[in-house]
Ligand binder design. Sequence first.
Ligand SMILES: Cc1ncc(C[n+]2csc(CCOP(=O)(O)OP(=O)(O)O)c2C)c(N)n1
Ligand SMILES: [Mg+2]
Length: 662
Amino acid sequence: MSAATTTSATARELKALWRALLVPRLIEEKMLRLIRQGRLSKWFSGWGQEAIAVGCAWGLEARDYILPAHRNLGVWTTRGVELEPLFCQLMGKSGGFTKGRDRTFHFGLPEKRIIGMISHMAAMLPVACGLALAARLKGEDFVVAAFAGEGATREGDFHEALNLAAVWKLPVIFLVENNGYALSTPVRQAIPIEDIAQAASGYGMPGEIVDGNDVLAVTGAVRCAAARARRGEGPTLIEAKTFRVRGHEEASGTKYVPAELIEQWRKRDPVDRFTERLIAEGVLEREEVEATRRELEAVIEQAAEAALARPQAESTSEAERADVYAPGPRSWRAAQGPVEERRFVDAIREALRQAMRADERVILLGQDIAEYGGVFKVTEGFLEEFGAERVRNTPIIESGAIGAAMGLALEGFKPVVEMQYADFISCGFNQVVNNLATTHYRWGGALNVTIRAPFGGHVGAGPFHSQSMEAWFCHVPGLKVVAPATPEDAKGLLLASLADPNPVLFFEHKYLYRAVKGPVTKAPFEIPLGVARLARQGRDATIVSWGIGVWWALEEAEYQRGRGISIEVIDLRTLAPWDRRAVFDSVKKTSRLLVLHEAPRTAGFGAEVAASVAEECFQSLDAPPIRVAGEDIPVPFSSSLEQKIYSARARLRQAVERLLAY
Ligand SMILES: Cc1ncc(C[n+]2csc(CCOP(=O)(O)OP(=O)(O)O)c2C)c(N)n1
Ligand SMILES: [Mg+2]
């Protein structure tokens, strides 16, 4: 572009872009002054990389989502996020976007179509896929741009997300900032190829390399990729080559970076380059540069000082706890009308089918769930009834699928992800415990995601297809954990989980799928989460359990009845939150507690129940609470080992007798 061909409209746009590029630089100058003055503790510098964040935001439309990373202040400023609350957020002051709950750019601003990151590198990339899928399902033409550092591209989520976006032809732009280092590790120690853009060919998408220090080049590449995505041609990987001239974060220095490399890249500073270019082209006057700087500096100074003057964020335990979960529905449909005998598995299928018929926002994701109907055949026939857009086979990507579900939920869908076996949720653990669990507390994003997880043993399936891992998740604030024992409960609790605007882990015991039958209300209804069921009334002792353990407890209670002993059985049904009242009331009546579960004993959920009863019901107890649980070994394959050594069931009788004799 030369001065002669620059029209006044493009000149105006170029000038506006230049201003947008200057803003994050000037904010950073202020932040660095504050650090030197000891008034700010932490800062991740984006100095020298501003053209990527600003160029991306500039190249997209306001309706497009951006998922920035930790050096992308320019995304927020270019989208016009107000400076004072932004500074409050960065400084942990009251008035910030997360109310002091999370740091730096870890928050979403849905009204600006920005979904911020969590600390875990690359975790937002599958989320971008979910948002993009939402665009497709809604027939809207927004695209989603997601950032990753070159270091983050070695995480599995990067590859799962690229693959998913490519097989589903999703409107995603993956924007990799290759700045030469991941903390102290230079690219050559972590990445065996010169150009990360090459990865694109392995996923069947275009891979573009762009000069990340040239804001017009970035804008152009992003516009091209966005146009392609809007045409329905799928994702693009853009690698922006740049350099991290100020080190990882301000406290860690740059000693390990060769000084000449920094010098070399400082000469290619994106702000200086663009300024000089616009001056050379006659778009900008030198005096104007100084005047604009002064004008913007004054605005930044004022907002930063106003933020600094504010108090630290303050709150109460009650207020903090209240925001861990999104408020649920106020009313539930009671079970009413005719019932029919159903197996456990059929009750689950019926709940899903009724929910899908009633609400188009329910979308199923999982491995082999479409034509094949899932390995346990829970979704058999669903593809035919609901179609391929709503019943989606995913590749083998637990993390990718759960992350995508989060993106769908942010766009108002109610995704249900089927784990093929609950054991494989370990591959999606990060998405569950860090992304799904924390989002509502941190910035108010409600995530109506249900993860169905066929779990448990007694099917002779060995250590990796038999685990009971409910306790892993009960420890994480922000998740709900459900484990039904009867067909009626399976249906009502699953419908409640689908109606709940929070992430729910729904553990379905595989042995019960086809071993248990019972009356199930035909019409849709919900059983509120967090309410236990009195499975059997008794006087002499209480057994608390869930899942298959309830059946063992009932069997034992029946045996003891023959000996004149009356045992009460409480089926917790929901473990997080659990019905403390129901358990305490029962123990106050019977004075004896046994908690029974299939999962290994140490740090199992039984420990929580037993400890709470010891704390809250000590005066009523005639015996110490007893736990009967799986042996602390991996679940053995041989059914004789599993049943005689691993299984809690093998130790139940003796334990009950010990409890009664105490
Ligand atoms: C999963 C995970 N592991 C480790 C870290 C610690 N960590 C924070 S930033 C960082 C380097 C990231 O490098 P890169 O992705 O290249 O981004 P850059 O900082 O260079 O912009 C590391 C290792 C993390 N945040 N997440
Ligand atoms: Mg890097």
